[in-house]
Design a protein around this ligand. Structure first.
Ligand code: NAP
Length: 287
């Protein structure tokens, strides 16, 4: 049986489009209503069957919804909370933003106590953007981190947990600051480190020859460097304090590697690489 009568999704890109496809496949909502920036996106989403109807006027569509998913870029989300507040809507809302402290602070301050916002961040995605990249199984077996506020109602929390679980995801709870610190390391920092790695290509002369020499390791590691600069610059800015902390840790790590190389002890280097490989293997087992 469908969990919701009419779910609104704002932003029908990779994440919003995948939610729409997943909800359709699993019949999680009787109806899906789309909202976006460009009318072409809405037309395409309707013709491809991701949504049943759409509104170009958010306020007009808001009234009929019993659930709303905000899947826009991070910097736009506040605007939607302002509109929800102004409209006086009490609709159950979640989001998918990759940073949580900023979003939760803005939303909870704006909406006040007893609000119906349950923040989420699915740990699923790719370097690709847009509706054409959407996948109906994107969230299957992936974690969704939820960061409820101190007065988030149990019923609302359970509804949003149930929503993600019906898309095949596993949910975990933490505070927004814990989320931003951890995800700063496990998601934001890899993107930043990859941009640094790619920037080394600029430093070597003769790029044409250099490009022919790119190893599989470079290609695999830097795949995420093809992600949207617009999405990632706003994520980096929104989590910059944590990123600056992790950059400091990365500098120490690079220094450690450099000193092992300078010392010239292969045995010591191999032992360090072995312990790091064990940590990486454990990460697969525990996921
Ligand atoms: P995306 O593929 O670029 O899609 C973004 C969508 O937002 C587009 O459909 C765009 O609409 C729409 N949009 C932009 N401005 C808007 C506005 N003012 N009003 C309404 N819609 C607007 O981006 P994405 O990768 O899905 O990322 C969306 C969110 O998911 C971000 O908050 C990101 O932090 C989070 N996230 C991303 C990943 C990932 O791996 N990509 C993973 C987890 C979470 P038009 O098509 O009409 O221009």
């Amino acid at each position: 049986m469908a969990k919701f009568k009419n779910t609104g999704i704002v932003g029908l890109g990779l994440i919003g489009g995948s939610i729409a496809l997943g909800m359709k496949k699993r019949r999680i909502s009787e109806k899906i209503t789309g909202f976006s920036r460009r009318p072409e996106t809405l037309e395409k989403a309707k013709s491809q069957g991701l949504i049943d109807e759409y509104y170009t006027d958010f306020d007009e569509g808001l009234d009929g919804l019993d659930f709303l998913v905000l899947a826009t870029p991070v910097d736009i989300i506040k605007e939607y909370f302002e509109r929800i507040k102004k409209h006086g809507s009490k609709v159950l809302v979640t989001d998918v933003a990759s940073v949580k402290e900023k979003i939760c602070r803005e939303a909870f301050d704006l909406l006040g106590p007893g609000n119906s916002f349950v923040p989420s961040h699915p740990m699923a995605g790719s370097e690709k953007s847009g509706m054409d990249q959407a996948m109906e199984n994107l969230f299957e077996n992936r974690y969704v981190i939820m960061t409820p506020g101190s007065d988030t109602g149990e019923k609302n929390l359970e509804s949003v947990k149930g929503f993600w679980e019906s898309l095949g995801a596993k949910t975990i709870l933490m505070s927004p600051s814990e989320h931003d610190r951890m995800v700063g390391l496990t998601s934001h920092m890899p993107h930043l480190a990859v941009y640094c790695l790619i920037s080394l290509l600029e430093k070597e002369a003769g790029p044409e020859t250099l490009y022919k020499c790119l190893g599989t390791g470079f290609r695999d590691t830097t795949r995420i460097g093809k992600s949207s600069p617009s999405i990632w610059s706003e994520i980096f800015m929104a989590n910059r304090d944590n990123l600056c902390f992790w950059i400091g840790e990365m500098e120490k790590s690079l220094e450690e590697m450099k000193s092992l190389l300078v010392k010239g002890s292969r045995k010591e280097l191999e032992s360090r690489l072995k312990s790091l490989r064990t940590i990486r293997e454990k990460a697969d087992e525990k996921n």
